[in-house]
Design a protein around this ligand. Structure first.
Ligand SMILES: [Zn+2]
Length: 390
């Protein structure tokens, strides 16, 4: 049965998606998470003047190449989120609207916008995949170019699978990771088994890591049926042998770990969810109030309330050594560190407990959200069992 393997020996990996200027958690990231994700749009020069790419001025925030250099200097494991789906939304090579997306090495390998017709040409695919490989020289694993998929017959699905195959052919001795980015309506309504089979067919075990993004999952976090559909999708990919890394589901990610997900990616402030369109990235409100994740409950709470209730003993303390999130002089960075180490810890617990015992634990919390999430977990396990029996 999916998700009930008692021999799970390894901790699931939790990665923090770095924000535009994520220094607060960088130096000590190893104490709070297992690694980081750098967005490709940050991995580009600040500007291209007459003398070519420029680095930041001394003392300026680390962005662009310097951010990656710093991550490498600190030996932090990382993936580059190559974001090739964004290249379909650019209007041309000089379109600077999507921040520095058009200036990344990958974007410069192909005429913009990327279309699936262009990717019908083997030379274009080859150029794009080579640039993607070059950009990911020191990362945990090379991710093949990928695009947002809306249906089983979407040409972007074929384009994504062709890019995965081409990348595998360019790297005959290496594992290559797939990033699967799905439209939510498609992902949660029966896409699971067929899609997982299409990804597993033909890749001969050389692609085992699979990052899963379902866009705008943040809008259905209280919808039991949608969440069960999401977990069923996770379970379907696991059943096909993939190590699934769930992305953009925030505090729900431990539930996916209970289902057997091998990794998770979350932002600590913005980037907690994934938008459908790159041009609507403004929806990541930087001014949004940062909330505190309550230990054991996977519930977010305003920091002032959490401080008061923690002092009153009505919520459990964080067990992480040196956690400063609820001290009177705590900074936003302290709360972000807490949210990162708490998700890492809860994810490991959930993974070890497995779906049945984790669902029991969620029900014991007695919160409406916990009950919904427990029910979604039970439903997804039942769907997996029914699939295995079929
Ligand atoms: Zn903490």
């Amino acid at each position: 049965m999916v998700g009930s393997d008692p021999t799970r020996g390894r901790n699931p990996q939790h990665y923090i998606r770095l924000e535009y200027n994520e220094l607060p958690t960088l130096a000590d990231v190893g104490q709070h998470a297992d690694g980081v994700i750098i967005c490709a749009q940050f991995d580009a020069p600040h500007w291209d003047g007459p003398d070519g790419p420029q680095l930041a001025l001394p003392g300026a925030p680390l962005r662009g190449f310097e951010l990656r250099h710093e991550v490498e200097r600190l030996s932090i494991p990382y993936f580059l989120e190559i974001e090739t789906w964004r290249l379909t939304e650019l209007e041309g090579d000089d379109d600077n609207e999507l921040k520095r997306t058009a200036r990344t090495h990958i974007a410069r390998s192909i005429d913009l916008p990327v279309t699936h017709a262009k990717l019908g040409n083997p030379a274009e695919i080859d150029a794009l995949c080579r640039a993607a490989i070059e950009s990911q020289a020191n990362t945990e694993q090379v991710i093949a170019p990928y695009f947002t998929v809306r249906s089983h017959t979407d040409p972007w699905l074929d384009a994504s699978l062709r890019c995965l195959l081409a990348t595998l052919e360019l790297l005959p001795d290496q594992q290559v990771a797939a990033w699967v980015r799905l439209h939510r309506e498609f992902a949660l309504n029966g896409a699971a088994e067929l899609l997982a089979k299409r990804y597993s067919a033909g890749f001969g075990g050389r692609c085992t890591t699979l990052v899963l993004t379902v866009v705008e999952m943040n809008e259905v976090m209280q919808d039991e049926e949608a969440l069960a559909g999401y977990l069923r999708l996770v379970g379907a990919f696991i059943a096909e042998g993939f190590d699934v890394i769930v992305d953009g589901v925030g505090e729900f990610s431990p539930v996916a770990h209970a289902m057997g997900a091998a990794g998770s990616i979350s932002g600590t402030r913005i980037y907690r969810s994934s938008r459908l369109n790159a041009r609507h990235d403004g929806g990541h409100r930087r001014s949004a109030h940062l909330k505190y994740l309550v230990p054991g409950r996977l519930e977010r709470m305003p920091v002032v309330d959490a401080r008061r209730r923690s002092q009153a003993g009505s919520i459990p303390p964080c067990g992480h050594t040196g956690c400063r999130a609820l001290l009177a002089d705590a900074t936003e960075a302290d709360v972000r560190r807490h949210n990162a180490h708490l998700l890492t810890y809860e994810g490991r617990q959930a993974y070890r407990l497995g779906p049945g015992r984790f669902a029991e634990r969620l029900r014991r919390e007695g919160l409406t959200q916990s009950r919904r999430w427990a029910q979604a977990l039970d439903d997804a396990v039942d769907a997996g069992a029914a699939r295995a029996d079929a």
